[in-house]
Design a protein around this ligand. Sequence first.
Ligand SMILES: [Zn+2]
Length: 127
Amino acid sequence: MDSVVGSCNACGATGTALMKLSLGKDFFGRTYDRLSPSTDQSPKWYCDGCSMQKNLQRDFRDITAEIDKLEAGQTSQLSTPDEFQRAALRLREVVALLDAAQHRSPLLASSDVTRVLERLNTVTVPA
Ligand SMILES: [Zn+2]
């Protein structure tokens, strides 16, 4: 493992502490295979700021995928009112965190998250 020499897989930062991300579970508690420690075939290394945003990006992707399903009329994790609420709260939190971040990472733009949040607001809240 050439962990310390290298650059952040997201922003390319060098000469800073890098960490391998093992994300384990996704936002909905499902196993997130690709980056789980034992099955990850292509580990990624991120600097501090990017690793934080990588986690936000993961939740953002999970939630976006479920909104896609919901809009397509398919069964979605968001079909549950509790999960729907939780996802909406998380997206708002992600926007706030991104807007407050000192480190601008190429991973995730708060405008993208805002757009998805708007989509979420137009989806009929499941009864
Ligand atoms: Zn970085």
